[in-house]
Design a protein around this ligand. Structure first.
Ligand code: GRF
Length: 206
């Protein structure tokens, strides 16, 4: 079966991208191939990781395109078509994608969120804010979720989840690190392979 062509969208350090690159190199994503990395910020360290891995990479920066969401998404769409992308993986990607964009890519965009959805998700719940809220609420278990992306922030169908214990004395940073290490970096590659395999099966059955 053909390998699905994956674009990874990033905004920051790219540790989830790194987990995907490492998984691909270890043969753990046989149904997909990372063909492109796109950052919405020119200084995202994730772009360095893509360069080191020899992957095509680019920054698409909204303010450099006149600042409109339409211009940003038009440039993104053009690049995705140029690289014949089948699946978009959001890995620490913090820009908004409009309903028209997510509808066009229905069930072909997945996202990693650093909590057990439906807890601590939706508008404003990103990065450390997620873990601050979890600690404030006093949950004993948190974790990560991979889900399909639709027009509702963190609202799409859940694909995989992994629970992580909250330890006494945790602060947002220690909890974030543990969830990244023990959950995000495990389930994102696994979910990516699952979805690529499904897409390939659909293609052969079509
Ligand atoms: C982290 O908060 C992570 O939990 C979430 O996105 C942020 C950056 O991740 N998924 P990364 O290191 O850029 O992958």
């Amino acid at each position: 079966m053909r390998r699905q062509r994956i674009a990874v969208l990033v905004s920051g350090g790219g540790t989830n991208l790194q987990a995907l690159l490492d998984a691909e190199a270890a043969g753990a994503v046989p149904s997909g191939e990372i063909c492109l990395v796109v950052a919405n910020k020119a200084d995202a360290y994730a772009l360095e990781r893509a360069a080191k891995a020899g992957k095509p990479h680019t920054a698409i920066v909204r303010k450099d395109l006149g600042g409109s969401q339409e211009a940003f998404e038009a440039a993104l769409q053009e690049t995705l078509e140029e690289y014949r992308i089948d699946l978009i993986v959001l890995a620490g990607f913090l820009a908004i994608l409009s309903a028209s964009f997510t509808e066009r890519w229905d069930r072909r965009i997945i996202n990693i969120h650093p909590s057990l959805i439906p807890s601590f998700c939706g508008p404003g719940f990103y990065g450390l804010h997620v873990h601050e809220a979890a600690l404030r609420r006093g949950v004993k278990i948190s974790g990560a979720t991979v889900h399909y992306v639709n027009e509702i922030p963190d609202g799409g169908e859940i694909i995989l989840q992994k629970a992580v214990e909250v330890l006494p004395g945790d602060d947002p940073e220690t909890l974030q690190k543990r969830i990244m290490r023990e959950a995000e970096w495990q389930i994102l590659p696994k979910a990516t392979e699952m979805v690529c395999h499904l897409l390939s099966q659909d293609e052969t059955e079509a």
